[in-house]
Design a protein. Sequence first.
Length: 220
Amino acid sequence: MLFDLDGTLVDSVPDLTRCVNAALAHAGQPAVTQAQVRGWVGNGASRLLHRALTGRRDGHAPAAEHTAALAVFNAHYAADPCRDSRLYPGVLETVTRLRRAGVLLAVVTNKPSQFVAPLLDKLGLGDTFACHVGGDSTPRLKPDPLPVRHALGLVECAADRAFLVGDSHVDMMAGRAAGVATVAVTYGYDPACDFRALGAVAVLDRLTQLPTLWGVAAPV
């Protein structure tokens, strides 16, 4: 079972917003809101900073401005990636149940790798996943299938024996392109997505529905 991170397991927007605003202050720009950042996440930190600096999802900031802002963001986020981030309801219960049932778990995220383990450790999930694939683990990010295929290779699992759980069109497209069945959660950062149209085999309102969906018995 491959999991996206931000918007699927963790609501990280409060900390991302704090660090984005530190970068914007350094650039002499006004702060943005959590609602704005919530609509910009999903394509990695570099793309997030382009969006924050320009105020547009398709924006592209000047190279020098972007490089400086990204460095400030990374420094602040590395110093404290989990001040206000929280697991979504039912996440700890669900991944514990799956792991006890013998399901191999992994994380495939566009978040830079250096931030993944510290965030999971702080949230009590440090020993839960067999591997983490971050946004710089492969040359391309999701929705490219390469990160998903890389994770499958690390855990030696065939695509037709895996599921990718995510909250966005990025995850659905990456999973489908990698030949992996996808499961969508509706509480994340892409609520308007038509997950069924993108091939999701199930759409869940709560992650606690996941073990039951795949017939994983509750531990005795």
